[in-house]
Each structure stands twice: as structure tokens, then as C-alpha cells.
Design a protein around this ligand. Structure first.
Ligand code: URP
Ligand code: ZN
Ligand code: ZN
Length: 464
């Protein structure tokens, strides 16, 4: 049996920072010992001097190979997981989106086919609920048997994904009794649709109007409503891609009342701002996502939420579209710009920048990018932890490396970077997936198809 010994590193977890060696056997962490305590004969040795050894990042919000707004997100499960690994992520959870009138099982089969033979690391699925019919509860029961224990609903995208509050309430009630977690894309899409209609009638069709027609108050309103529904349903709820102070306030107030509300934000809401949508020459289209990027002061509030614990995770909502041929579909009409940004590769480096900038501490960084998503989505301690028995999904992080976030230095299959020209301090040295080195400096050593589907168990969000 080949064993691997990671020597002389500093283990950094969501709770502790300490020097230790790690022995890996059969893809799992077999022992954690003081430096030099283990005989390294027979083991493949990796020297981690001056490296942090942390659990691999877990991205709980991606859209790989997803048909959306008349096109398909440009990364598939091979290119997306490969790029993610280069950025220190070793596990992701993607959203399965059924078509109305079609069974969830059919959509699950489609997403399994997209991932199998392609993913380079382990992945799970969330299921979207886009309608509520007499069959829905039985379908949800069967999804739990397939290892899907989190379900996303939308108060947005009228006529496409939007579902009424009654259905959301039913879903919350069902989830409460089945160890499942309801996720909500909470933006009042019925109201934004009117603002969009009004803007279009006045010929206001540049990309920036995408943002102006989606005011933060309407995200706050919808988030507040979801927190209230969860409170009455006595169920936990998870708000995806939270962007603004108004929505954070609703989450904070709910948590103070004892509502089990959890929320994620994304790096683009922390580092970009509303003005990016107003860039000349239609460049603003590169920054169109939903909910939109807010004025800069919201980001300070989000950082505060990350520090205080009112926000528990940072995911990417990775949903890349090329500028050429995809974002360009909306030239002259922002309503046709496919919504979504690339981010799966830049999340961990950008969150480490939060440490460098003194906004969060090291353990909080690990919690936000790895441990908390594992806990919230039923993967802990197999993932998101450095403990004996956990999968050896590990990142050797070089705090002194400079990571360039320009498109030509990144690996995502998209023709631009939303951080073009920027560099950050800190970056990946090596990445291991179930004990095997898949990234070593600039070299990719992984294999498409080595990633396995993760059947997730009941969710106990109270762990966070
Ligand atoms: O702009 C975004 N977020 N696109 C992906 C779909 C979604 O709402 O998460
Ligand atoms: Zn969404
Ligand atoms: Zn999304």
C-alpha cells in the first residue's frame, strides 16, 4: 500500500493552527503526529515547510454545463473542476435544474451524465424545485434516497423558476421533517420584472440597468419574507448568494430571534461594485449576474457579516459565459445578457486576501471556504476537516506566492477575467484529492472521471 507523508507543514483548520505531519493511506488521513514523529521509510514524502496544510475548498454553489438564457455555461465538469483545483477547491456541489413538467429524476440523470467521467474531484448535487405538484413530495423523498438533501427555490425569474410562497412554505415543512435544507434565491422577481419593463419602455437597455432594476431593497424584502416563512415553518433555511446590507439585516435579525437562517455570499460581491456594470464598450456585460453587484459600501457590511458569523459560507455561483458569442447576445438589450460570472478558481485566493487585508483570521477563512459548507451540506467530517479518517482532500497553501487573476493565468474555460490585471498574495502550491496530488505548481496531474458522486446524508445545520 502506498502511503504519503506530508512533513513539516502547519495544519490550519476552522478551529486550530498547529505544526504537524500527516500520514495518508488509502486516500484518507491515517494519522496526525508532531513533526518528525513518524518514520518516513516507504512513504512518498511531500515537504510542506513554510506551507499551510488546510482542508480543500468546498464550493457549495456552481452551475457547470448549465443551459440558461438561451446558451450554456462555458465550463463543464472537467474544465470546471480542473480550474477549481488550481484555485484550491477539491469538492463542489452543483445545482440540478429540472424542466417544468418533467420529473426531477430525469434532470438528475442528465446532471449525472454531465459529471461522470469528467469531474476530477468529488461532487454532490442540490436539486432545484421549480414547481409544486401532487408528485413533488414523493419526488423529494426519492431525491433524499439518492443522496440529495438540499433543495433550491426561487422568488425570482418569473415565468421560469419563480415559485409562490405557498410552495416554499410546503418545501420548508417537508424539509423540517426530512433532515433536508431549503435554499432560496431571494429577490422579489415579480417587482423587478416591472422595473425592467419600465426601463425597457424608456429605451434604457445598457448593462447597468440590469443592476438599477434590481434594487437591494427587493432582495432585502424577499430575504426577510423567507426568514419569516422559515420561522413559522420551524425549519432551517439557507439564503444563497446574499449581496447587500438589507438582506444581511434580515438574516441577522432572524438569527437574533432564534430562526435557523444561514447565508452565503460570493467573492464578486466583496470585491467588485455596481460601477463595473457601467464599463464602456459593453464591457459591463462581463459583470452581469443575478442578484447584481451592489455599490461598494455593501461589501463592507458583508465582511462584517462574515466576521460576526451572520454569514457562514462563501461560494462562487460559478456560472461563466464567454464575452464573445455569449455575453454579446445582450448587446443593445441587457435582458438578453446571460446572467452569471466565472469564479470557481479565484474564490479561495480572494478569501485569503481577506486574511492578508486583516478582515478575517486564518481559521475563519478555512471555515468559510471549506468547513462550514461541509457542515451545512452533510459532508462533514469526511470533507472540510483535517482529522483522522477524513478524505485526504488537502491544499498546501503558499502564503508568499503571488497569484495573478488575469484570464491568461487562470484555467477556467472563459475568455475573460472579472479581476483582469489584479494579483493577490497567497496561492496554491499543491492540491491533493483523496491522497493523490492533482496540482503541483503549474502542473495538472489529475484525471477526468476520478471524482465520485457524493451521496449526502441528512443535514444538521445546527453544527454551524
Ligand atoms: O447570475 C447568476 N447567479 N446566474 C446563475 C443562476 C442563479 O440564479 O444562481
Ligand atoms: Zn440564484
Ligand atoms: Zn446560482
Amino acid at each position: 500500500m502506498t502511503t504519503t507523508l506530508i512533513k513539516n507543514g502547519t495544519i490550519v483548520t476552522g478551529s486550530d493552527i498547529y505544526p504537524a505531519d500527516l500520514l495518508i493511506a488509502r486516500g484518507c488521513i491515517a494519522s496526525i503526529t508532531p513533526h518528525g514523529a513518524l518514520d518516513d521509510r516507504g512513504a512518498e514524502v511531500i515537504d510542506a515547510t513554510d506551507r499551510m496544510v488546510m482542508p480543500g475548498g468546498i464550493d457549495a454553489h456552481t452551475h457547470l454545463d448549465m443551459p440558461f438564457m438561451g446558451t450554456t455555461s462555458s465550463d463543464d465538469f472537467e474544465t470546471g473542476t480542473r480550474a477549481a483545483a488550481f484555485g484550491g477547491t477539491t469538492c463542489l456541489i452543483d445545482f440540478v435544474i429540472p424542466q417544468k413538467g418533467k420529473p426531477m429524476r430525469e434532470a438528475l440523470g442528465q446532471w449525472q451524465a454531465k459529471a461522470e467521467g469528467k469531474a476530477i474531484f468529488d461532487y454532490g448535487f442540490h436539486m432545484c424545485i421549480v414547481e409544486w405538484t401532487e408528485d413533488t413530495q414523493a419526488e423529494l423523498d426519492s431525491m433524499v434516497r439518492e443522496g440529495i438533501t438540499s433543495f433550491k427555490l426561487f422568488t425570482d425569474y418569473p415565468g421560469v423558476f419563480l415559485i409562490d410562497d405557498g410552495a416554499i412554505f410546503r418545501a420548508l415543512r417537508w424539509a423540517r421533517d426530512h433532515g433536508a435544507l431549503i435554499q432560496v434565491h431571494a429577490v422579489n422577481g415579480s417587482a423587478t420584472a416591472v422595473l425592467i419593463e419600465e426601463a425597457a419602455a424608456l429605451g434604457k437597455l445598457d448593462p447597468v440597468y440590469h443592476g438599477l432594476c434590481r434594487p437591494a431593497r427587493l432582495e432585502g424584502e424577499s430575504t426577510s419574507r423567507m426568514v419569516d416563512l422559515a420561522e413559522v415553518a420551524e425549519a432551517p433555511v439557507y439564503i444563497v448568494h446574499l449581496t447587500c446590507a438589507e438582506a444581511l439585516k434580515a438574516v441577522r435579525e432572524g438569527r437574533r430571534r432564534g430562526v435557523r437562517v444561514y447565508a452565503e455570499t460570493c467573492p464578486h460581491y466583496l470585491y467588485l461594485n455596481h460601477d463595473d456594470m457601467d464599463r464602456p464598450d459593453f464591457e459591463g456585460a462581463k459583470y452581469i449576474c443575478n442578484p447584481p453587484i451592489r455599490p461598494a459600501w455593501h461589501a463592507d457590511e458583508l465582511w462584517r457579516g462574515l466576521r460576526s458569523g451572520d454569514l457562514q459560507t462563501v461560494a462562487t455561483d460559478h456560472c461563466p459565459f464567454n464575452f464573445k458569442g455569449q455575453k454579446e447576445m445582450g448587446r443593445g438589450d441587457f435582458r438578453k445578457i446571460p446572467n452569471g460570472l466565472p469564479g470557481v478558481e479565484t474564490r479561495v485566493p480572494l478569501m485569503y486576501k481577506g486574511v492578508v487585508d486583516g478582515r478575517i483570521n486564518l481559521s475563519r477563512f478555512v471555515e468559510l471556504v471549506s468547513t462550514n459548507p461541509a457542515k451545512l451540506f452533510g459532508l462533514y467530517p469526511r470533507k472540510g476537516a483535517v482529522v483522522v479518517g477524513a478524505d485526504a482532500d488537502l491544499v498546501l497553501w503558499n502564503p508568499d506566492k503571488v497569484t495573478d487573476l488575469s484570464a491568461e493565468c487562470l484555467h477556467m474555460r472563459v475568455d475573460h477575467s472579472i479581476y483582469e490585471g489584479a494579483t493577490v498574495q497567497g496561492g496554491v502550491d499543491k492540491v491533493l484529492v483523496r491522497g493523490k496530488v492533482v496540482v503541483d505548481g503549474d502542473q495538472f496531474l489529475g484525471q477526468p472521471g476520478e471524482g465520485r458522486y457524493l451521496r449526502r446524508g441528512p443535514i444538521d445545520p445546527a453544527r454551524v
